[in-house]
Design a protein around this ligand. Structure first.
Ligand code: PAF
Length: 282
């Protein structure tokens, strides 16, 4: 695995791969890798001839009071995991390489970018869209892989790819869960063992809502009210949102018969967690 730190080195590494006619899959990450990330790398490995992973804790997607400085940075362990997955190139730039001083150009995906996590975390998706657009320009992948756990991020990036004519396919891979249902997340590392138990309420509420849909409750308002009441009754959970929405536009829907995204975000202790389920049409 070639580890590259600069845009110029990365472009040279990619030119070498392309000169052999290889298709390129990109897995953008912020590191602190877990089984969810590795599932993206494996999907890229199966579908592409060369795999590039980026590790960059992107400052522009964190709000002023968020966890940028304490975000877990585990580069050595991450590197070993990626070697084992036979990744071809690991791009791990510093902040100055990605945002040279005086950088003032950003990508804003209007409307969708202000919904869901974009509403709770103003500017978050501007930071995500900007850094991902930069990665797409630097690496020029044929396919790029993202986890379904970040459902709003996928909607925002799909729109960006479409609107800005990026010549690539964006692939959403299923959320990877712990055996007890907790969605894997780098932020799970912040949870105490008690918090971790409380955090299970999020996936349990999603699965319970899905069961109710399967049993014939299709009115989103009813499902939301019941889920919010259940979550509000838990003293260790501070709910941000529980929504039932269209997965492409992130707009609320009234009836779930045609399929829907059920999405939740909540603080468990001081840790903000998100999770979601995509339901099939009935
Ligand atoms: O999903 C993430 O880890 C980040 O938002 C991403 C896509 C790597 C951009 O920094």
């Amino acid at each position: 695995m070639q580890i590259v730190r600069t845009v110029a080195e990365t472009r040279a590494a990619l030119r070498a791969l392309r000169s052999k006619g290889l298709t390129v899959g990109l897995v953008p990450t912020m590191g602190a890798l877990h089984a969810g990330h590795l599932s993206l790398v494996r999907a890229a490995r199966e579908q592409c001839e060369a795999v590039v992973v980026s590790i960059f804790v992107n400052p522009t997607q964190f709000g002023p009071n968020e966890d940028f400085s304490k975000y877990p940075r585990t580069f050595d362990t991450d590197g070993k995991l990626l070697e084992e997955e036979k990744v071809d190139v690991l791009f791990a730039p510093g902040v100055d390489e990605m945002y040279p001083s005086g950088s003032t150009t950003f990508v804003t995906v209007e409307e969708i970018g202000d919904r869901l996590d974009g509403a709770s975390r103003p500017g978050h998706f501007r930071g995500v869209a900007t850094v991902v657009a930069k990665l797409f320009h630097i690496i020029e992948p044929d396919k790029a892989y993202f986890g379904q756990k970040d459902a709003a991020q996928i909607a925002v990036l799909r729109r960006m790819v479409r609107d800005l004519n990026f010549p690539l396919e964006l692939i959403a891979c299923p959320t990877v869960r712990e055996p007890d249902g907790l969605a894997m997340s780098s932020r799970n590392r912040y949870l105490s063992s008690e918090d971790r138990t409380h955090a299970l309420t999020l996936s349990k509420t999603l699965f319970h809502t899905e069961q109710r849909i399967a049993a014939g409750t299709f009115t989103a308002r009813t499902l939301i009210d019941d889920a919010v009441a259940a979550l509000a009754a838990k003293p260790h959970i501070r709910l941000d949102y529980f929504r039932i929405i269209d997965p492409d536009t992130l707009v609320d829907i009234e009836n779930v018969r045609n399929g829907a995204l059920i999405a939740v975000a909540a603080f468990v202790g001081t840790t903000r967690l998100i999770d979601n389920l995509l339901t099939a049409p009935r």
